[in-house]
Design a protein around this ligand. Structure first.
Ligand code: PLP
Length: 380
């Protein structure tokens, strides 16, 4: 397609390595991994090998990786599975969590669990002091994302995990946007549970994993067969696992070079926007230590995000208003409101997310289209 794709936070193109791996387990080696015959054994071997490869990328043990249908299921499972295992108590999340965490926590609240939502500052960061101030022995789970899907802001998850543990609570982090983009180590973070999603790093859509540290009490959400060590029933998606492992292995191998390249593209683009387009404002930060390489979020005075995205699409530039999951809704972003933006400012936000296939030409074409579009919309 003759378009510039700057929506890599929504999803990424499938990597060739992933496609090749999946094709093999969709055709020649199609067996059910639970079957005892040769086809089943080949599938089971592929599943085990994918699990080991994925575990290695996060410094986990293979038996701590549970395959799921994606980030949404992993998040739901972490919150609801921990709640079912504990039976009562309180959950703490941040105000900028993805709906998969936020709505799971709200559902638990409706079922009688306590819920505390931590505020964020103007750049979208949770403070460790704020977490410490709301903790007590009643909290069984703290869930704060590793990095935000709308602004790219990276949370101080290691500090937050330490505080949670100090009060005997579990710590879960949604690392869907971080996995494959930056190094993620479950041990360094001190995570008890960590969610990931394959399609954000060049793997297949509809596949993900939940890391569950050995010994963590977690009830299943999918009751059924003995798959995933009895914790998630359902015939295993061997092709999904193989594609995810291939994509993640490729992403990890090129991570250092790619993340620097992607950040340079984004920073160059952001500098041109902020200097060259009057009334452009940044939501979040460009600080390399505290932001994802590829995501940047802007507002443009007097223009709504919806009209800007529509016009950019006509110009061949694919961007987003922040969350593909809420794209059908005209409600302002909960994340941006939590950062202190007015509803009008939040409705004006546009997210550009760079990825591994983007080039300097893409950034230049996107800037030229954006400059033209903003000027045209303002001259109406
Ligand atoms: N968590 C975050 C931070 C995300 O960005 C997304 C997807 O946009 C999800 C969870 C959901 O992942 P999936 O699309 O695999 O359900």
């Amino acid at each position: 397609m003759d378009t510039v794709y700057l929506d890599n936070a929504a999803t990424t193109p499938l990597r060739r390595e992933a496609e090749a791996a999946m094709r093999r387990y969709c055709s020649d080696v199609f067996g059910n991994a639970d079957s005892r015959h040769a086809y089943g054994r080949a599938a089971a071997a592929a599943l085990a090998s994918a699990r080991a490869d994925i575990a290695r990328c996060f410094g986990a043990a293979p038996e701590e990786i549970y395959f799921t249908s994606g980030g949404t299921e992993s998040d739901n499972w972490a919150l609801k599975g921990a709640a079912l295992a504990h039976g009562r108590g309180r959950v703490v999340i941040s105000a900028v969590e993805h709906p998969a965490v936020y709505e799971s926590a709200r559902q638990l609240e409706r079922l009688g669990f306590g819920l505390t939502v931590l505020p964020v500052d103007g750049e979208g960061f949770v403070s460790a002091d704020d977490l410490a101030a709301v903790m007590d022995g009643d909290v069984f789970l703290v869930s704060v994302m590793s990095a935000n899907n709308e602004t790219g802001s990276i949370q101080p998850v290691r500090e937050l995990a330490e505080i949670a543990h100090g009060f005997g609570a579990l710590f879960h982090t949604d690392a869907v946007q971080t996995a494959g983009a930056l190094p993620v180590s479950v041990k360094e973070i001190g995570a008890d549970m960590l969610s990931l999603s394959a399609h954000k790093f060049g793997g297949p859509k509809g596949f993900g994993a939940l890391y569950v540290k050995n010994g963590v009490r977690l009830e299943p959400l999918h009751s059924g067969g003995e798959q995933e060590r009895g914790r998630r029933g359902g015939t295993s998606d061997v092709a999904g696992a193989a594609g995810t492992a291939a994509a993640l292995t490729a992403a990890c191998a090129e991570m250092a070079a790619k993340s620097a390249e992607i950040r340079a593209l984004k920073d160059g683009f952001a500098a041109r926007v902020l200097e060259g387009i009057p009334g452009a404002g940044l939501h979040g930060t460009l600080d390399a230590a505290r932001s994802l390489p590829g995501i940047v979020n802007f507002g443009f005075d007097g223009i709504t995000g919806e009209e800007l995205l529509f016009s950019l699409d006509l110009e061949g530039v694919c961007a987003s208003n922040g969350s593909a999951c809420s794209a059908g809704s005209s409600a302002p972003s909960r994340t941006l409101l939590a950062m202190g933006l007015t509803a009008a400012e939040a409705r004006g936000a546009v997210r550009f997310s760079f990825g591994r296939t983007n080039t300097a030409d893409d950034a230049a074409a996107a800037f030229a289209a954006l400059e033209r579009t903003v000027a045209r919309l303002r001259s109406r």
